[in-house]
Design a protein around this ligand. Structure first.
Ligand SMILES: Cc1cc2nc3c(=O)[nH]c(=O)nc-3n(C[C@H](O)[C@H](O)[C@H](O)COP(=O)(O)OP(=O)(O)OC[C@H]3O[C@@H](n4cnc5c(N)ncnc54)[C@H](O)[C@@H]3O)c2cc1C
Length: 498
């Protein structure tokens, strides 16, 4: 375990985490070359070794297994710091400490944890997570990979996973498999630990991607892999329940990466508009440019606030599920918006790889898709809001509270009009989910400004809440009639394909 993390064993003390982030920041500035990683399509082994030396692969793993034992909030700050320098590096570490090792930490039995966590904490082994299959992406209930009992103590796994982050680096995979013969009455899916060296495991070729090219993404074949039943992580048959918590964690860590990316894009943009002169003055003096920079700054601060607010409910699994989903959707879209505005403000230079900005934009795109496509998550959020709306405290910001009240009215309106049938009206659920995301972001922005207490923080929060209120207006009304939408999409489907 690296000195930097072991020194703050169990600590969530802000100052100590500040010091760790500062160390990571300075180290990354000297040793991470994002464009070289992008071109090579891999992270140099010496960078991975240094990340391990810094203790970053063990950040949240309990101290008893050699990890840093850090809370989610601290992990998020470190991942966000790494993401400022390179998203592939942040994703490699973030996946390891999120979806990769969280199943073991949260649900693993003592023997399994003792065998794997010390090596995973030290970064001597890397973890991956494999749920997606060619026919099971957003719909994980369609998973075909199956583990069946061969006798009382052994199971046999057959199936093929795709898009496994860290696939080429990992020695340990948490596989989501259907386990129809296990779990008694609660039979369903289970999380199973598979090792790279298990007979029948085959890692496929690297995918060629739009972005995150330094982060490994491969298929994983499981061809009659036989392992002991002691490889089941947590309860047999409870895989989907466990998965909910693991995804909540993973999404929060991923949202933190989005914050780092937005901070980088914003600083690129500020640097450019203050130095580039057109029409006899710096771009920074133009009103429209000022407004765009203000939007970017307000969004970036709100992203940071929603991640902090989400990580703060780490122990409350129900609250974490709603907040992490909102944080993932909000931060992935805001990071894209901020990166896109940064490209725009650079003019032609924003399109040239050498500036480094196209990489930030390309890397940002996948976060709206992986760990749950945003539109799918919004529909889930809408359904959750209808069936079990979270108890909401008044946040004390009149605009944020007004928006929340309007969203509450919209919820009641939908229920009065459609009753329980609303749960099959996907567009309405999706719209309600979008409102939930904006409400959670506004609440977080208001709370963040209050904690910070500076006039600048209050201004940024007010600007964001105003923007969110205007964006929410589109979802507070009914969408255009579904018959019209169906007619238009049918016509598009009927058009000959080029
Ligand atoms: C680089 C990369 C890394 C990844 N890493 C991992 C990993 O480590 N482990 C892992 O298990 N998976 C991983 N994934 C898979 C990722 O989580 C899935 O790609 C994602 O969940 C979407 O599934 P899909 O690609 O099958 O899209 P589909 O399910 O086919 O959906 C395609 C699109 O249809 C729309 N859509 C689908 N369903 C709905 C709905 N109900 N409502 C509204 N719109 C809908 C959305 O726009 C969606 O984006 C990774 C993917 C990539 C590209």
């Amino acid at each position: 375990m690296g000195d930097h993390v072991s020194a703050i064993d169990h600590g969530d003390d802000r100052q100590v985490v500040d010091t760790l982030c500062d160390t990571v920041d300075r180290w990354a500035a000297r040793h991470i070359d994002a464009r070289a990683i992008d071109r090579a399509g891999r992270i140099p082994p010496q960078v991975l070794a240094a990340l391990a030396e810094l203790g970053l692969f063990g950040l949240p793993i309990p101290g008893s297994y050699g990890g840093g034992g850090l809370p989610l909030a601290a992990v998020c700050r470190v991942i966000s710091t790494l993401a400022r320098h390179d998203r592939s590096v942040a994703t490699t570490v973030g996946l390891h400490v999120g979806l990769g090792t969280r199943p073991l930490v949260a649900f693993g039995g003592e023997a399994l944890c003792a065998r794997h966590l010390p090596l995973l904490a030290a970064g001597k082994r890397i973890a991956a997570f494999a749920a997606t299959e060619s026919e099971a992406g957003s719909d994980l209930s369609a998973i075909r990979t199956t583990a069946t009992r061969t006798d009382a103590e052994r199971i046999r796994i057959e199936g093929e996973k795709i898009y496994v982050t860290n696939g080429a680096l990992a020695s340990v995979f948490t596989v989501v498999a259907a386990t129809p013969s296990m779990g008694g009455a609660s039979r369903g899916h289970s999380l199973i630990l598979v090792e790279r060296d298990d007979r029948g495991v085959a890692i496929g070729n690297e995918e060629h991607k739009l972005g995150l090219r330094g982060s490994s993404t491969t298929p994983l074949r499981l061809d009659g892999v036989e392992v002991g039943t002691d490889r089941v992580i947590g309860l047999a048959g409870a895989g989907m329940r466990h998965l909910r918590h693991v995804l909540s964690w993973g999404r929060t860590v991923m949202a933190a990466g989005c914050v780092g990316a937005a901070e980088t894009a914003l600083s690129f943009a500020v640097e450019h508009v203050t130095t580039r002169r057109q029409f006899g003055r710096p771009l920074a003096q133009l009103e429209v440019v000022r407004e765009q920079i203000a939007t970017m700054a307000a969004l970036t601060r709100a992203m940071s606030a929603i991640v902090a607010q989400t990580a703060a409910v780490e122990e409350d699994h129900e609250a974490l599920a709603v907040r992490s989903t909102s944080a993932k959707v909000f931060c992935s879209e805001a990071a894209w918006e901020v990166a896109d505005l940064a490209v725009q403000l650079h003019g032609g230079a924003g399109f040239i790889e050498e500036t480094g900005l196209p990489l930030v934009l390309r890397d940002a795109r996948i976060t709206r898709i992986f760990e749950g496509a945003n539109d799918v998550l919004c529909a889930h959020l809408g359904a959750m809001e209808l069936t079990s709306p979270p108890a909401r405290r008044i946040v004390g910001d009149p605009d944020a509270d007004h928006l929340a009240a309007r969203i509450g009215e919209r919820r009641r309106e939908l229920l009065d009009l459609h009753g329980i049938r609303i749960l099959s009206r996907q567009r309405l659920l999706h719209g309600l989910g979008r409102l939930v995301v904006l409400r959670e972001a506004c609440d977080a922005a208001a709370a963040g400004a209050r904690t910070d207490g500076t006039p600048e923080a209050r201004r940024l929060a007010a600007a964001f809440i105003d923007l969110a209120g205007r964006r929410a207006a589109a979802f507070l009304e009914d969408p255009p009639p579904i018959a019209q939408t169906i007619a238009i999409s049918d016509a598009a489907y009927a058009r000959p394909r080029p």
